[in-house]
Design a protein around this ligand. Structure first.
Ligand code: 13P
Length: 353
């Protein structure tokens, strides 16, 4: 019942599959805002002060140089796609550097956050108004997929977040985005980012993941989204940083919770699952990915886990965190080796190794 033409549908499906295979390949997310990347690229401990050493035009040149240096070392053996900030795609025109070596170009589609009036700790994601035109321009510049991140608060049941209204609005917005993205010929990567900064335990995090993901697919159905030409980018369900069980939860616990959430709430038609790292230390994000894939590998053929779509990465910080620090200190060779090693480690983890 898709409203897409057969040729557009076919291309979306092929692109979505190429983003999550052959097994092990995944996405490198480089779509930080101009402000954030500026802070990350500044030298030294006191980044705010150091940043003042650069003029606006120097900052722009540094952003461009960093992106170039990073993209130069990527290999399509480990990285299937890269998510670009619109400036990188449209102004720096760095997309062809990636597509020339067989890496699929993506673009960040979501705009900035605005407060949700009824709930001071939750947000509306802006950017739907002119989305079709923007995504059509991104496609003309070489993009073949797009990503929309929606933050979902997650506290213990006693503190009552996320609110019902935020779950409803994020699900509706993500499904609307997915439909518009496909209309523009781009595979949508739907990103419900359930936060782990609060006091939820693992069971509560699992529950919130299942609620939001279930709602997203119920809205996707209404919007006529072609699931086979779409990808989901969820967080790993996990205890919040303020819950005591955080210290005793193992990658195996996370793997079981994650596989259960995916198997219960992501329709099997969806092309694949790419996890965000969410600021977890690189080694931790990699251990979760490896554990969940090892669980899938060891599941008997009649287990629901053996029928899950590909589970791989769409990491930002967990891939480039250390490399960025080397770059900021002018250590180019170390930066390149570190970035390549991080991509290879993610690839291995996505194979369950
Ligand atoms: P992290 O892996 O750093 O969370 O970034 C992924 C991303 O794209 C967040 O929107």
């Amino acid at each position: 019942d898709s409203h897409l033409s057969p040729s557009v549908a076919k291309e979306l499906i092929e692109t979505a599959q190429a983003l999550v295979g052959p097994r092990g390949r995944g996405i490198y997310a480089t779509d930080e805002s101009v402000e954030l990347i500026g802070t990350l690229l500044s030298v030294g401990e006191d980044s705010e002060d150091q940043e003042k050493l650069f003029s606006e035009s120097e900052k722009l040149e540094r952003r461009k140089a960093w992106r170039k240096d990073a993209y130069e070392v990527l290999s399509s053996e480990h990285v299937s796609g890269v998510i670009l900030y619109p400036e990188t795609l449209l102004d720096f025109k760095l997309g062809t550097m990636l597509s020339d070596k067989g890496i699929i170009v993506g673009v960040r589609a979501n705009g900035e956050l605005a407060p949700l009036p009824s709930s001071p700790f939750e947000f509306i994601v802006q950017g739907l108004d002119d989305l079709l035109t923007k995504l059509q321009a991104a496609r003309a510049a070489g993009a073949r997929f797009s990503k929309w991140r929606a933050p979902i608060a997650c506290t213990s049941a006693a503190l009552e977040l996320p609110s019902q209204v935020s779950l409803d609005i994020q699900a509706e917005t993500l499904a609307t985005f997915a439909a518009i993205s496909q209309q523009a010929g781009l595979v949508p990567v739907v990103e419900p980012d359930v936060e782990f900064s609060a006091d939820a335990d693992l069971a509560r995090s699992v529950d919130i993941h299942e609620k939001i993901i279930g709602k997203i697919y119920s809205r996707c159905k209404e919007h006529g989204v072609l699931l086979e030409g779409s990808i989901i980018k969820p967080s790993y369900p996990q205890p919040g940083l303020k819950h005591p069980s955080r210290q005793t939860t193992t990658p195996k616990d996370i793997a079981l919770a994650t596989a259960s959430v995916i198997s219960r709430s992501v329709p099997s038609a969806v092309a694949g699952v790419v996890f965000l790292s969410g600021g977890l230390p690189s080694t931790v994000a990699i251990s979760y990915l490896s554990a969940v894939n090892a669980l899938v590998n060891s599941s008997p053929p009649n287990s629901p886990f053996s029928r899950l779509p590909p589970l791989t990465f769409s990491y930002g910080r967990a891939i480039q965190g250390k490399a960025l620090q080397h770059w900021a200190r002018g250590e180019k060779d170390l930066m390149k080796a570190t970035l390549q090693e991080a991509c290879r480690a993610c690839w291995k983890a996505a194979r369950g190794e």
